[in-house]
Design a protein around this ligand. Structure first.
Ligand SMILES: Cc1cc2nc3c(=O)[nH]c(=O)nc-3n(C[C@H](O)[C@H](O)[C@H](O)COP(=O)(O)OP(=O)(O)OC[C@H]3O[C@@H](n4cnc5c(N)ncnc54)[C@H](O)[C@@H]3O)c2cc1C
Length: 399
């Protein structure tokens, strides 16, 4: 694991991103989504703790509702996948999200019970859920279902209210320079890193890491939400999450954003976006509703029809013209990626890629980023036995 330097008996320990940034006092971070915010905040906090401030160049081409983090439903915990490592990141993230509390945004992270509903024989609960579940009468929530389970823990991040404020707060931290800029490829990133005088960059580019890094394991997974007026939703549906667990409809859900004043009704998934022209088409639709692609219009109608059928309590808020919609792309990958880009592509600079969080960015980010920034960069030309990708083994794997 350690490289022995020639002519010396001193072992050189490969550094983590955090250690190199503290030693050199500089780092580049790409991405103004939730992952990028967390990376910048962790670097700032590390510099403060060590009394060695880090200059951070924080670059992205967008920090508004054109990216996933600014429009996501932000449900925290219940949308887990079956990867035990993800379940462990979710559990740890749920226990603590220091960035939000320390920057004064704890009120945008609210406890919410989650109700799982199904017509199937049994309710599947998310693996790794730390709370307790009780069976409940499905008719209390909807006439459509045969079974219901209420999970006592879970929370909602009011993502659309949080992200613009969080962006301002993190941009204003001492040592942080937020720069709006599009990076065309990894060469562009390396040039900028050298010009800034840094030895390393962290890429948190969400779904578009597929273009910036040529990272073919990541794709954009299309998702859409309807936003209805919170005040038109009766209690207790204005403060709990409902989720349809039926196999083919498990993305029918309601998530209340109390701080934003709306309830998010979702969703769709499974349409993967990988071509630059498709991205341009989607971006045009966000700028001009008349140019929304046909499949987006269809997805929005489909969500509305499903909600009316399955969750009729939201019907009064779904009159034509009464609701808004939003769509975005989840950074879909088979598993989350926390990995140093190989030396062969980055030369003497270090590029750490953190991404591929799919539909769980708000659920996993705090613990995932902490672990990702603790991965040691493999020493050039030396075989290492530690894990240089997918993060450190979590307790779920190492125990
Ligand atoms: C409909 C929907 C519902 C969701 N609901 C939930 C939920 O309930 N719970 C949950 O946990 N998660 C949810 N998610 C998922 C969550 O939104 C994502 O996992 C998360 O936002 C990803 O964050 P990120 O920082 O990795 O990427 P992003 O938010 O996409 O940010 C990427 C950043 O990189 C920048 N960038 C990319 N390429 C370049 C380039 N070449 N040059 C410069 N900058 C670049 C972008 O401008 C942007 O600032 C949902 C997503 C969708 C679409």
């Amino acid at each position: 694991m350690y490289k022995r330097s020639y002519g010396s008996s001193k072992a050189i320990r490969p550094e983590t991103f955090r250690e190199t940034a503290l030693r050199t006092g500089r780092a580049v971070v790409v991405g103004h989504g939730i992952v990028g915010h967390q990376v910048v905040y962790e670097l700032f906090s590390a510099g403060r703790r060590a009394s060695r401030p880090i200059e951070i160049l924080w670059v992205a081409d967008r920090h508004d509702r054109r990216i996933a983090s600014f429009g996501a439903s932000g449900c925290h915990m219940p949308f887990l996948n079956r990867d035990p490592r993800a379940a462990e990141w979710a559990r740890r993230s749920f226990q603590r999200w220091d960035m939000l509390y320390e920057l004064g945004f704890g009120d945008l992270l609210g406890h919410a019970e989650t109700v799982f509903l199904t017509r199937e024989d049994r309710v599947e609960l998310p693996p790794g859920h730390p709370g307790t579940a009780r069976m409940a009468a499905p008719a209390d929530f909807s006439p459509f279902y045969h079974r219901a389970a209420v999970l006592d823990s879970g929370s909602v991040v009011s993502a659309c209210a949080l992200m613009p404020r969080l962006f301002r707060a993190v941009s204003d931290l001492p040592g942080v320079t937020a720069l709006p800029r599009h990076l065309s490829d990894i060469g562009d990133l390396l040039t900028m890193t050298v010009e800034f005088g840094a030895e390393l960059a962290c890429v948190a580019a969400g779904d578009r890491a597929q273009f910036l890094l040529g990272e073919r394991r990541i794709e954009g997974d299309f998702g859409a939400l309807l936003l209805i007026d919170l005040h038109k939703v009766p209690e207790p549906f204005d403060r709990m999450v409902l989720m349809d667990q039926d196999r083919e409809h498990e993305l029918t859900y309601s998530v209340p954003h109390r701080a934003c004043g709306h309830v998010c009704l979702g969703g769709v998934s499974g349409r993967l976006v990988t071509e630059p022209e498709e991205y341009e088409e989607l971006a045009r639709g966000l700028d001009d509703p008349a140019r929304v692609p046909r499949y987006v219009v269809d997805a929005i109608h489909e969500i509305r029809d499903r909600v009316l059928e399955r969750l009729p309590v939201f019907g009064p808020a779904l009159a034509a013209g009464d609701y808004l919609s939003w769509y975005g792309l989840r950074p879909a990958a088979e598993r989350a990626i926390a990995e140093w880009v190989p030396w062969s592509r980055t030369g003497n600079l270090g590029v750490l890629h953190l991404g591929g969080l799919g539909g769980s960015g708000f659920t996993l980010t705090p613990a995932f980023v902490t672990d990702g920034m603790n991965i040691r960069r493999p020493t050039q030309g030396i075989e290492t036995h530690f894990e240089s990708h997918l993060g450190r083994p979590t307790p779920a794997h190492s125990s």
